[in-house]
Design a protein around this ligand. Sequence first.
Ligand code: FES
Length: 106
Amino acid sequence: AKVIYIGSTGHEYAVEATVGESVMATAVKNGIPGIVAECGGNCSCATCHVWVGEEFAPAVGPPGDMEEDLLDMAVSERRGTSRLACQIRVTEALDGLTVEIPPEQP
Ligand code: FES
């Protein structure tokens, strides 16, 4: 499935993702800048915060409880479609998914 990462400068990185892997792991594997993923996907750092493209928000779904708390602590503005990339699993239904990477992610 294809995932398109949109950097804070507007640059788009389209990568081929493996179904079952997280959007965070896919980004790290492909060297996408801005997804730091300090905790390695344990849902405890919030440095993999992304804004999911509006049209995919229903398919991606809402954040879980733990994720919910972390999103409040994320460095960048929390929006309606904010998610932690390590908590989004790539599926065929998400083919073409776009996620925007916030500008500052220490
Ligand atoms: Fe740390 Fe997602 S990688 S919360």
